[in-house]
Design a protein around this ligand. Structure first.
Ligand SMILES: Nc1nc2[nH]cnc2c(=O)[nH]1
Ligand SMILES: [Zn+2]
Length: 507
């Protein structure tokens, strides 16, 4: 029998803008069998629960999941940039900057994925780690190998995570043991990967015939590694491929490290950029190179953006590409502090990326913590009057909790060009959500006492004062979770309404 709707009752947090979010102590949210959010009631006292369900025609045959004190629903995290084959390297080679780190640490590990058997052994635990960290949508780089990246896509699909999976394009400035033989071979393998990912069934074998939404959870993404590792011929071919299919997402790195920027400009002097493809005015910039090859548009994800010039900010804004802010990696590889506030003031889409193993954690919570620190470093380095002197809302200021939540969820959805489907808990969107617990029994000593010291509103006496207090308490819970939480606090992970991970799933 097809199960009917599932209804969650309890506290719910969901972003509504860069500076605001809903904090609802007594929410009631209904999820259809296909995993779509049907409706959301903001404030339902326990005494009215049955009446409200009846009003929605849900009298019998529904599953009600009641959250306990110290638990809340939140949209799933969106990791807009990471490298699946680098997870086995997490925490190694911390002494290098980007270009040495690629040569000494990263390429040797990625080369091991030439062996598809190695990929099939390594990737299941990689994907499981991302899911159990609360990442419901993940933008994965694979390696340059077709078969291993097909395996990655299959494993993501089998685990029910929403994802973008791409195979690196790299035909120059890479070691002999880890380079594609020609632009043609690179494009051919890319086409095969796209076809393979698009042929994956829409229903997983473990769904036992449960109805599924028609949309694919795993999608292909064009992945020119970065301009340095792609010949002009390869970038031109990828631009043509992108133009032939505008639904195809694109991900790459931009302006991460100063030596990288210098090297990139030396590889693409104006005479290299074909006139027909080049809208570039003035000196060539990193963003200008990508634009010249037709690789910047609303479904392009640009990782890092640490050392952007003002004209590059204009290009990114004009092309409506999104930025993946990867602060853990940017600190760890000594790349710098991205000035995210300037991008937000310009209305550029920004999400978070873990960028493992430049970053040493697969958890978006770590990225949230470091995004906060990064914004404080930028604020410390800014003249104290800069916030007043015509600066926008975010530039030179530390990011508030609401903005950090936005970056981890709705901002990431915008960067993936999927904000109409995911990123917040709203009717008409997919139910990609986490059940978070900050209770003592979640086992995270850093949050010990959160549920004992305070009354978070569930079961609280109704009334103006009580309502206000319970919202404040929920906001306090969110802040402590974002800064001190970890996998132990992520009880359940849902994608498209299906339970796919979390502490309870593993148990
Ligand atoms: N952080 C990071 N930057 C890159 N630029 C090109 N490749 C990489 C990579 O694997 N990681
Ligand atoms: Zn990266």
């Amino acid at each position: 029998m097809i199960p009917s709707s599932t209804v969650f009752y309890g506290a719910l947090i969901s972003p509504t803008s860069l500076t605001t979010y809903l904090a609802l102590p007594h929410a009631l949210i209904s999820v259809s069998p296909a995993g779509e959010i049907e409706w959301l009631e903001h404030d339902v006292p326990a005494s009215q629960l049955q009446d409200v369900l009846a009003r929605h025609g849900l009298l019998s045959d529904i599953e009600i999941v009641e959250l306990r004190k110290g638990e809340f629903l939140i949209p799933g995290f969106i990791d807009t940039h990471t490298h699946a084959p680098q997870v086995p390297n997490m925490g190694s080679g911390q002494e290098h900057e980007l270009l040495d780190w690629l040569a000494e640490v990263t390429f040797p590990m990625e080369a091991r994925f030439a062996d598809v058997g190695f990929a099939r052994r390594a990737y299941p635990s990689v994907v499981r780690r991302y899911i159990d960290s609360g990442t419901t949508t993940c933008c994965y780089y694979g390696t340059l190998h077709l078969e291993s990246t097909k395996a990655l896509a299959e494993i993501v699909h089998a685990n029910g995570q929403r994802a973008f999976v791409g195979k690196c394009n790299m035909d120059r400035n890479s070691p002999d043991y880890y380079i594609e033989p020609s632009p043609q071979a690179s494009v051919q393998a890319t086409l095969e990967l796209i076809a393979h990912i698009r042929s994956l069934p829409r229903i997983r074998s473990s769904d036992h015939g449960k109805p599924s939404s028609a949309e694919a959870l795993v999608r292909p993404v064009l992945t020119p590694r970065f301009a340095i590792s792609c010949s002009p011929e390869l970038l031109a071919s990828l631009g043509a491929l992108a133009e032939s299919d505008r639904s195809l997402a694109i991900q790459t790195h931009i302006s991460e490290n100063e030596s990288e920027v210098v090297f990139t400009k030396s590889l693409f002097p104006p005479e290299v950029l074909p006139a027909a493809l080049s809208p570039v005015h003035g000196p060539v910039t990193y963003a200008g190179v990508y634009e010249a090859y037709g690789l910047l548009r609303e479904n392009t994800i640009l990782a890092h953006a640490v050392h952007l010039e003002p004209t590059e900010v204009d290009i990114i804004k004009r092309t409506r590409a999104g930025v993946s802010h990867c602060p853990t990696s940017n600190f760890n590889l000594r790349s710098g502090c991205a000035k995210i506030g300037i991008l937000l003031d310009e209305g550029i889409k920004v999400g978070l990326g873990t960028d493992v193993s430049g970053g040493f954690s697969p958890s978006i919570l770590t990225a949230v913590q470091h995004a906060s620190i990064c914004s404080k470093v930028v604020a410390l380095q800014s003249p104290s009057d800069s916030a007043v002197a015509g600066a926008g809302k975010f530039a030179s200021r530390q990011l508030p909790v609401a903005t950090l939540l936005h970056l981890a969820t709705l901002g990431g959805a915008q960067v993936c060009n999927l904000a109409d489907r995911i990123g917040s808990l709203a009717p008409g969107k997919a139910f990609d959500a986490l059940v978070v617990s900050v209770r003592s029994d979640a086992g995270n000593p850093a949050l010990w006492g959160v549920d004992l010291d305070q009354d978070f509103g569930l079961g609280q006496v109704e009334g103006e004062g009580g309502r206000h207090k319970s919202e404040k308490e929920l906001e306090a819970m969110l802040e402590r979770f974002l800064f001190c939480g970890d996998d132990r606090n992520i009880r359940r992970v849902y994608v498209q309404g299906r339970l796919i991970g979390g502490k309870e799933f593993m148990a």
